[in-house]
Write a protein that binds this ligand. Structure first.
Ligand SMILES: *[C@@H]1O[C@H](CO)[C@@H](O)[C@H](O)[C@H]1NC(C)=O
Ligand SMILES: *[C@@H]1O[C@H](CO)[C@@H](O)[C@H](O)[C@H]1NC(C)=O
Ligand SMILES: *[C@@H]1O[C@H](CO)[C@@H](O)[C@H](O)[C@H]1NC(C)=O
Ligand SMILES: *[C@@H]1O[C@H](CO)[C@@H](O)[C@H](O)[C@H]1NC(C)=O
Ligand SMILES: *[C@@H]1O[C@H](CO)[C@@H](O)[C@H](O)[C@H]1NC(C)=O
Length: 415
């Protein structure tokens, strides 16, 4: 009995730890798992994963997936469409309504128009994102893109699986033809992350990344979900002396510390406080940080620095890139900065940028101000970042008001 309890307790701890480390979403259904049971649909299934439609399908409720068998998928693949176009074609096969066999054969007035996921992407022109379902003579059910000139292009073959009224998977006789969906389209993982960062205020970080093996680590994770926290140019520039001082392994870890191997929307970050693993996490090297909301802001807290999300560069499954106002300094690489030796408190304005001065103070006592050519020795990176960074000092956009309040707070403290 006692043993059982211990096991249960241990399991509970493990469970909460795992929840803590990767705040992930659980879905009611898993299209990959459903189709895995049917070898006839293995190609279709494979392409749902490759095009990253699978998580999109799992996220939705009340949908119908019109699958085609491997032979019909070969027809599609023989057109040599790019991956973005294949994604659009397949998304035309995901209806945003629940149609199981019974409902298909009982369509009111014999015809219905269903919006598809192609419509939902916003890339379908006109009515190209709608599918017309028609009850035909002899109990057959026909499917066609709405603008197919009244020609039925596929028919219902059989139900595959249904979870009323969340998801219905059916087989149809062929791929729905659509010149609009087949038009070349940007692929899901064709985003050049460094080019994107360069163009949006994180050029120094992007260039540093391009010169380091860490770049490959980022690339390898885009498809399965990636969130990047790139320090803005001012922050990165003033950090470069410290970066150059790191060993090769340290440089790679520092860069990889700025990515987490899951896609996290801004909304998701706002609703999930907690410890998070990073791309640098590897066995004994924890390299984790804490995501914490501070009112409307999202902050990333390491033992050494508290950075804030200033800007969203991209936030679209499976990739999110946010700009930070500071470089994240992991304790694993900047132990010296954690030195507990007490020293004079930093100047008030030095902390004006940090939203919660009172909280941080408890954790890391002010650092030695003595041989202060070494900025890494600052209490939490704030001071160092600011004294070295003339541009970045008042980067607290719209934050003057908060600055004033904090100054008042400090003035009050000094009394
Ligand atoms: C349908 O989805 C809802 C919401 O995700 C879930 O609570 C429910 O259990 C699902 N129904 C079935 C039969 O799985
Ligand atoms: C869905 O199922 C597949 C295959 O079983 C699995 O690899 C994948 O992790 C599952 N996805 C989710 C979100 O659970
Ligand atoms: C669907 O197609 C059929 C046959 O071409 C047509 O009669 C019907 O009006 C169409 N339905 C809708 C809703 O467009
Ligand atoms: C991405 O863009 C950068 C320039 O910012 C370029 O050097 C790099 O080769 C590109 N990567 C890919 C995979 O195209
Ligand atoms: C670089 O490392 C040396 C030795 O660890 C240290 O004394 C120096 O302050 C560091 N410089 C910077 C800019 O961090």
């Amino acid at each position: 009995m006692l043993q059982l309890r211990l096991v249960a307790a241990a399991a509970a701890v493990l469970l909460s730890l795992s929840l803590l480390i990767l705040p992930s979403t659980t879905y009611a259904h898993n299209i990959t798992r459903i189709l895995d049971k049917y070898p006839d649909f293995s190609t279709f299934n494979h392409y749902l994963t490759l095009t990253q439609l699978a998580p999109e399908i799992n996220r939705r409720e009340t949908i119908t997936v019109c699958a085609v068998d491997n032979a019909r998928m070969s027809d599609l693949l023989s057109k040599h469409l790019n991956i973005g176009a294949i994604k659009n074609v397949l998304s035309l096969h995901v209806l945003l309504d629940y149609f199981d066999s019974k409902k298909l054969h009982q369509i009111t007035d014999g015809t219905a128009l269903a919006a598809t996921m192609f419509q939902a992407t916003g890339s379908a022109p006109g009515s190209a994102g709608f599918v017309n379902i028609t009850d035909l003579k002899g109990g057959k059910v026909g499917f066609a893109p709405q603008d197919n000139g009244g020609v039925v292009s596929a028919t219902f073959v059989k139900p595959v699986e249904a979870i009323p009224y969340n998801i219905s998977v059916i087989q149809i006789s062929s791929i729905l033809p659509s010149p609009e969906a087949e038009a070349p389209a940007p692929g899901p993982s064709q985003t050049n992350i460094t080019a994107l960062m360069s163009a949006h205020g994180c050029k120094v970080f992007a260039e540093t990344l391009l010169a380091n093996p860490a770049e490959q680590t980022f690339e390898d994770n885009v498809e399965s979900g990636l969130t990047i926290f790139c320090p803005g140019d001012d922050a990165m520039k003033s950090f470069m002396p410290k970066y150059k001082n790191l060993t090769a392994a340290g440089k790679q870890s520092l860069l990889e510390y700025h990515g987490i191997p899951v896609y996290q929307s801004l909304a998701g970050l706002k609703s999930s406080n907690g410890l998070t693993n990073t791309l640098a996490t590897d066995g004994a090297s924890k390299f984790d940080f804490t995501v914490q909301n501070d009112g409307t802001d999202v902050t990333i807290i390491t033992k050494i620095v508290t950075a804030k999300i200033m800007n969203t560069l991209v936030d679209e499954q499976p990739l999110a890139i946010y700009e930070l106002n500071k470089v994240l300094m992991p304790k694993e690489l900047f132990k010296a900065a954690l030195s507990p030796t007490p020293a004079p408190a930093p100047a008030p304005e030095a902390d004006a940028e940090s939203p919660k001065p009172s909280k941080k103070k408890h954790k890391s006592p002010p650092a030695p101000a003595a041989p202060s050519d070494s900025p890494a020795d600052a209490p939490d990176g704030d001071v160092a970042d600011q004294t070295t960074d003339s541009n970045g000092a008042v980067r607290f956009e719209g934050g003057r008001f908060v600055g004033v309040i904090l100054s008042l707070w400090f003035a009050f403290l000094q009394l």
